[in-house]
Design a protein around this ligand. Structure first.
Ligand code: ZN
Length: 383
C-alpha cells in the first residue's frame, strides 16, 4: 500500500517535472500536489526552489533570478512554454537565448534568433553565440550568428565577422594547414615561400611549448598573414598585428617575429591552466618579445634605442606599472626576464610566469632580493 502511494507521488512529480502546471496560477489542486512533491523531494534531499515555481505564476523577476542562479534548464523549460503564447516579452526571448548559449545549445539558439530577429536586444548575445561557435570550430554556425547580428542591427560587417575570416575577401586567400596552424595568405602575398614560412612558425610553436610545458590549445591557430598594417586596418579594422588567445586567432604582418603573437596565445592558455592572473603589458609583451624566436641581441637594441632617443636610464618599477606599446618597452621587458633567468634560473622564472603578479614575484624571488635584482638589471642597461 505504501509502495503504491509512493508511485502516485512519483508520477505527479514526473508530470510537474515535465512542466505541465508550472505556468498556471496556483489553484488548490496544484498547491496540494506541490506539497506532496515537496515531501518526495525532501526524501531525496532536493527541493531546490521547485515549490515556489509551482505555487505562483513565474514573474519576469523570478525568471531572471533563475537565470542568475545558473538554473538554465529551468529558464529554458519555462520560457519555451511562454513562447507559445501570442504576446511574448522580448526579455523572455533574450533570457531563453542566453540560456541556450550557456548550456551549449547553439542550434536551438540559432533557431530562436531566426524566429525572433525583430528583438533588437538579442544582438550582443548573438555576438557571444557567434564567438562561442567559432571557438568550437563550428565556423558555419559562427558565420550565421554573426551575419544575423548584422541584420538585427542593420549595421556593417562586425569586427568579429571580419577577423574570423567571414567576409568575401578571404575567398581569394591561399590556405595552408599544418599540425598546429591554419594559415591564410593574402592574395599575391609578399611571403615568397609559404611552405618554409609555415615551417618556421611550426618550429616557433614547438620551441615555446617546450619552454612552457605541454599546453593543449583548444583548436588550431588560425593565422592570417598580411602584407602590411595598412591592409590589416583596411580589411579587419584593427591598426596593427594582433593575437586573440581566447579565440586562438592571430592576424599579423608577414615580417613579424614568428614567436611573438604565438607566445601571447600559448602563454594565455599556460596561465589559465595554472589559474594565474593576467599580467600587465610589461610582462605580457616582455615575454612575447623574449620568446619571439629571433636570434638578436635585445640588450643592444635597448641600448641603441635609448641612445638615439636620449634616454639616460631605465626604471623597472615604473615600466612595470605603465609600460607603453613601444619597441623599447617590449625589449626592456624581454631583457629583464632574460636577466632574471640568467641570475636565478629558469625554474624560478617559470614559477613567476604561472601567476605574474608583484605578489608572486616577491614570493618567488624573496622580498630581500628584489632591489638587488632590479638594480642589477638597471646597471646592465644603464652602463
Ligand atoms: Zn605583442
Amino acid at each position: 500500500m505504501k509502495k503504491r502511494t509512493g508511485l502516485l507521488i512519483a508520477l505527479l512529480a514526473l508530470s510537474v517535472g515535465a512542466g505541465l502546471v508550472l505556468w498556471t496560477n496556483g489553484d488548490e489542486k496544484s498547491k496540494a500536489e506541490a506539497s506532496e512533491i515537496e515531501d518526495v523531494q525532501d526524501v531525496n534531499g532536493d527541493s531546490s526552489g521547485k515549490e515556489e515555481l509551482l505555487s505562483e505564476e513565474i514573474s519576469m523577476e523570478g525568471l531572471h533570478e533563475l537565470f542568475f542562479d545558473k538554473k538554465y534548464e529551468d529558464v529554458i523549460r519555462l520560457s519555451e512554454m511562454k513562447l507559445k503564447e501570442a504576446e511574448v516579452d522580448d526579455k523572455i526571448v533574450v533570457l531563453l537565448f542566453r540560456s541556450y548559449v550557456e548550456t551549449g545549445k547553439l542550434k536551438e539558439a540559432y533557431e530562436l534568433v531566426e524566429a525572433k530577429s525583430e528583438v533588437k536586444d538579442l544582438a550582443k548575445h548573438v555576438k557571444s553565440a557567434g564567438v562561442l561557435a567559432y571557438q568550437e570550430e563550428n565556423f558555419e554556425l559562427a558565420k550565421a550568428f554573426l551575419g544575423k547580428m548584422k541584420s538585427i542591427n542593420g549595421a556593417e560587417d562586425t569586427l568579429e565577422f571580419r577577423k574570423f575570416g567571414f567576409t568575401d575577401i578571404y575567398k581569394e586567400f591561399t590556405f595552408l594547414e599544418t599540425e598546429h596552424f591554419r594559415f591564410y595568405f593574402q592574395p599575391e602575398s609578399l611571403v615568397e615561400d609559404i611552405e618554409s614560412f609555415a615551417k618556421t612558425h611550426e618550429e616557433a610553436y614547438v620551441n615555446i611549448v617546450s619552454r612552457l610545458g605541454n599546453i593543449e590549445l583548444p583548436k588550431k591557430v588560425d593565422s592570417y598573414i598580411w602584407d602590411s598594417e595598412d591592409d590589416i586596418n583596411t580589411y579587419v579594422g584593427r591598426d596593427r598585428s594582433f593575437a586573440e588567445p581566447e579565440n586562438t586567432l592571430t592576424h599579423f604582418v608577414y615580417t613579424m617575429e614568428p614567436g611573438h603573437e604565438m607566445c601571447h596565445i600559448i602563454y594565455y592558455h599556460f596561465r589559465n591552466s595554472h589559474e594565474g592572473t593576467r599580467p600587465n603589458r610589461f610582462i605580457e609583451e616582455g615575454l612575447a618579445t623574449y620568446f619571439d624566436q629571433v636570434d638578436n641581441n635585445k640588450l643592444e637594441i635597448v641600448k641603441s634605442i635609448m641612445k638615439d632617443a636620449n634616454i639616460e636610464s631605465v626604471d623597472v618599477d615604473k615600466l612595470w606599472k605603465s609600460s607603453q606599446a613601444f619597441q623599447l618597452d617590449y625589449c626592456i621587458g624581454a631583457t629583464f626576464l632574460k636577466y632574471l633567468e640568467e641570475q636565478e634560473g629558469w625554474e624560478k622564472l617559470y614559477a613567476f610566469l604561472k601567476d605574474p603578479t608583484h605578489r608572486n614575484f616577491n614570493a618567488v624571488y624573496g622580498e630581500e632580493n628584489l632591489e638587488k635584482l632590479k638594480a642589477g638589471y638597471e646597471a646592465l642597461v644603464n652602463e
